[in-house]
Design a protein around this ligand. Sequence first.
Ligand code: GCV
Length: 721
Amino acid sequence: MKLKNIQSIFYIIIIYAMSFTATAQKDYKLWLQYESKTDREIITKYLNTIQGIEILGSSETLKVALAELELGLENMLGKKITHPTDNEQNNLIVIGNKSSLPLTLQENLKSEFEKVSKDGFIIKTITSKGKKNIVITGKNDVAVLYGVFNFLRLIQTNKSIENLNIIDSPKIDVRILNHWDNLDGTIERGYAGFSLWNWHKLPDFIDQRYIDYARANASIGINGTVLNNVNANALILTPQYLEKVQALATAFRPYGLKVYLTARFSAPIEIGGLKTADPLNADVINWWKNKAAEIYARIPNFGGFLVKANSEGQPGPQNYNRNHVDGANMLADAVAPFGGIVMWRAFVYSEHDADDRAKQAYSEFVPYDGKFRDNVIVQVKNGAIDFQPREPFHPLFGAMPKTNTMMEFQITQEYLGFSTHLVYLPKLYQEVLESDTYRKSKGATVAKVIDGSLYNNKITGIAGVANIGNDLNWTGHPFAQANWYGFGRLAWNPYLDSEIIADEWLKSTFSNDENFVKPVKEMMLQSREAVVNYMTPLGLHHIMDTGHHYGPGPWVGNLSRPEWNPTYYHKADTKGIGFDRSKTGSNATAQYAPEVAKLFDDVTTCPEKDLLWFHHLSWDYKLKNGQSLWDGIALKYQEGVDEVASMNATWNKMTNYIDKERFKEVQMLLNIQNKEAKWWRDACLLYFQQFSGKELPKGVEKPTQSLEYFKSLKFPFAPGN
Ligand code: GCV
């Protein structure tokens, strides 16, 4: 080959590598792009207000806050903002916690400090003796860091920083990610690569990614992370692994991110050499006490344990004829002296219980109300089955007034198209948080249960099952980053509107151009309803293929545990379709407060979005719009497909607003989603049609394959299984 040719190949490779790096960097930077502003007028305005940064203190957290401010401001405004000289006292950003502020400032901010909670921040423009400075403060350094991120977000989203007066406190104490990461690096229900934690290289090798992870979490107020899977491995509690956990905890600490671990209930046997794990046995009690002391000696700010017990084969107190209270309280007593907590999951259902799976957690846990220790918090999934595209809120919310109750949302899209479907989950979260439990009185929303305002709880919490892996873009789909972001924002304030969150995220991640933000935001907001429509419309649920949950599998009915079969959930037969959970059926409706129970129980008042969750109805049942149930189902599936097509069309118009690489990535993923939405529609309609015996209504496209073809599809290596 001629030298010239070799050279051109070399250049092509370099250019390709450079563009790849640029994409990777953009994808990797999440919502912290700090894109440089191009509008001179805007830049001048900001620069007039910010001429220097003054830092009051020297903690690791404040150093991180300062570095963030410097990075963000320099990148966005194109000018290095340095520390002030002695005679520059105007137009500064002053960062420091309450006790570091000069007394005059403390006095000046007295009423703000009275209003702000422990982790909340104050951002205030203060004019004194003709000088104008912006003070970012709080009661501790992590609060200051949160304030800094919020301040930078104002600039990222082109908001004014004139005369600021912001006081913002988190409404929930424990804002935590749950990683279902295994020690071998795989992630249960993970669709973004392998685990971030490189256990083999820890504790000596601290990957920069650990720090970037903590920083991203701090930027949205997440303050805790459970490192390992709830289907737990006891080895994490051995000294060999605790040393590694300690290294992670140390790396995360400046960012206010506490580490928690899952506790395998049988650990005293598996790694402790005991014969039993009975929670009332003195040796077992001591073993856990010593284990807690050992962990806290290494990690003084260790958060505590998360436990999945007697659920899906995990060991628990019931193995010893004890109950959830015995198990949770024993662990709670072990961590209590160190300020730790126990998050005890209520995700329980048993193959030995013939009752409707949706009822089992409530039946089991409500009798325990008032019996758990103050440092136990019962972690409840948002719905009574399992993270479906749509579920009515879990009846346990509000039903245990004397028990700390926290929310568990799933951010990873186990049942919502993995990381190939664009589904903006804050819409789902908001729907759940706004649901009225009617406990105590009208207006007792799920948000009020979990932020503790309804029952004045001792600890409050919200968990999100993480969608993060070692993919370059962290979450597999660029838009799945919005779900991590949105979870964090709602954990901080469960009353935030998902539309506002989408707006912030788009502007911080892509662009402030309204020609981009407006249509793409609409696309995001529409995406959740789209997935409900093309997967499980009108209250259908859990009809995904078995095991991996990828794609449709409404025909699956041969699994050993009845409640693992899609046929258990849709109950389609020639008479109709749906799970009768009303009085005439399993009576799950009775687990809600009377007002809600009545609403769901009566088919005429039950919201149509939840219809087949609560009722088994004939194919000819008339929907509110006059369509028969069969036609309505078929048209909803078609609507879902059409919505994805319109998402594609919207995105295709965005080519000029963002970088080529991320544009292309999303475009390819939307094309996959388009194909898969059609797959869902065709497979489900062909299957249900066998029972309805009816033609597809006008407007629904004819399937291109047979039911047999869809049934024959197998995915032995679907990820996350
Ligand atoms: C971690 C569902 C998932 C399991 C998960 C379980 C849980 O059943 O399919 O992978 O296990 O929920 O939340 O414990």
